[in-house]
Each structure stands twice: as structure tokens, then as C-alpha cells.
Design a protein around this ligand. Sequence first.
Ligand SMILES: [Zn+2]
Length: 345
Amino acid sequence: MPLAGRHYPRSAGEFQSWFATDADCLDYLDWLRWPDGFACPRCGHRGGWAVADGRYKCSGCGSRTSVTAGTLFDRRRTPLTVWFTACWMFATQKDGISALSLQRELGMGSYQTAWAMLHRLRSVLVRPGRDRLVGVVEADETYIGGEEPGLPGGRAKGKKALAGVAVEVKEPRGYGRCRMTVLRDGSAGSLHPFVTGSVEPGTKVITDGWSGYQGIGQLGYGHEPRSQRAARARGEDPGKLLPGVHRVASLAQRWLLGTHQGRYDDAHLQDYLNEFVFRFNRRRSRSRGLLFYRVLELAVGHPPVRYRDLVASPKHKPKPPVPPGDRGHPPSLDQPPASQPWRAS
Ligand SMILES: [Zn+2]
């Protein structure tokens, strides 16, 4: 278990004193990537010499590797100190940070650079092979972006996307972890893979009476469908049949409208949901510095993410993001000028 003050900074002051230069950041990434000493990514040999600029020469095959090669920070244009500050803000602010706020806080010249940094951080949050939900789980679908709170009946047509929500229900009360996945539609063909991908077999899964969930009992789950009609007949509010998923869905909706002011495009909705789930599942974490450590740990274990992969999507023509409002800058991935104060003072 990593320790505060030893393996990760306890406070903003400690963060600033630990990571004053790019060399400090490289040292830290080196330790995160190879806690037991350098291991050559090319030949697997353990052992080598530090040469220069955070590079190692393998004592087996002689190849040179940088600490950041093959990680999220590979061939970055932005200084590592800026990356670390972005990562610190992303992890330590309870509700995260928007690209516009990040650009302003770090004094970055380009909105696109801030936007791409946050999307790269989001892309590492889903660990391959992570555990599925267990115990008792509620599952349902919800429309994201469809209803504006405070605007009764205000369903913005074409702006809503369907997402599957699953959450662990704890006894006697409270909720555990959740998962959210953008769905093509509410058919069994979409909902069955959502359930099998999110929930461990053997788990009791509570859903409403929708036909798209029929058959999940045959997939190894204890299925408990709750009928809206029966609830209505009993004089109960059918909207309260699945209180856990409705709680998670409304928190996600509020988060998208709050931190991100509803400014996301459908092509990236899954990435935002991944960030929301990451935060929700760590909402009881006492140390925000530990989240900073976790995000960096995931980032050094994650392959590079190219800019064109961030802007490309099957549904949309590749286009760089446009900053909200009219105070935009021309699209650019340039490194901010050295004179700019990118660290929040
Ligand atoms: Zn080697």
C-alpha cells in the first residue's frame, strides 16, 4: 500500500516541492515504471545503465530506452512539470476540471492542448481486466444529456445518448462501485453484453420488467425483474424501483452539467462516463494524493494515445475541439512559451 508523504505528496505544497523540474518528474515516473529497477522493454533483460535525459542502456541487448517511451508520456511536447500539474488538478479536485479551467489555471496558450491532456488522462482510467461488480447489483438504462434539470420536460432532441448503469447495492444501505456504458439501443443485443461486461456471474441482478433483460438468468445471474406495473398497482412510485441506478445516473448528469457545463460531444461521452465512474468508485478515498499516484501509475502502464485517435471517431469527421465561448485560440499543439506561468501559484 503506497504511503502518503513517502510514495505520493500529501498536499499541494509537498507536490510543488517534489516536482519542481522535469528531471524530478522523470525520476518519479522511473520509480513508478520500474520499482525493482530497469527492465528492458525490448528484450526483457533486467539491468542497465542510466545514460542521459532519463534514458537507459540495456546491459543485455544494448538498446536505449527512455523512461517515458511506450507510456502515455511518450514523445510529449508539453513539459512533464505541466503534465504533473494537470494530473494533480485532475486527481485532487473532487469533481475534476474542465479543459477551459485547466487552460486558464496553467496559463496554456492552446485550449486544444488542455483538452487533449485531459482526454489522454481519461483514456488511462479503465484498467484492462478490472474486476466486475459483485454481490447485489441494480442495472438499468438512462438517457444522458436528455433532460435538463430545472427545465421540466426539456428534452433536447438529438442531444441525448443511451447509457447502461449498474451499481452494487450494499446492506443495510448505501452503494458500492458502479459502471456506465454508452449503448447503441435498449435491445437485448445491447443490454446482455453490458451486463456480462460489467457484472460478475453469480451476482444477483435487479432490473425493471423491460424485455431487453429477459434471458440474463441463463447467462449465470440471479435475475430479479421488478415490474413497474405491479409497483403502480401497489400504489408505489415505479421510479423508485431501482433507487441506486437513478442516484448514479442523476449524479453523472449533474457532474456533466456542472464540471463540464454540458459541453461534451457524443463521440467522447464514454470517456467522460469513465471519468465519472473512476471518481464515484473512489468517492470515499481519504487521500486525494493517492488518486494522483493511481492516475500516474495507470499512465506509465498505458501505451501512447495519438492526437488523431482522440479527435477521430466513427461517427464524426475528425475535427479539433472548439473552445466554449468566443475567446478561442487557433488550433495548435504548440508547447506554451517558457515565459508563461503554467503552474498555479
Ligand atoms: Zn534489452
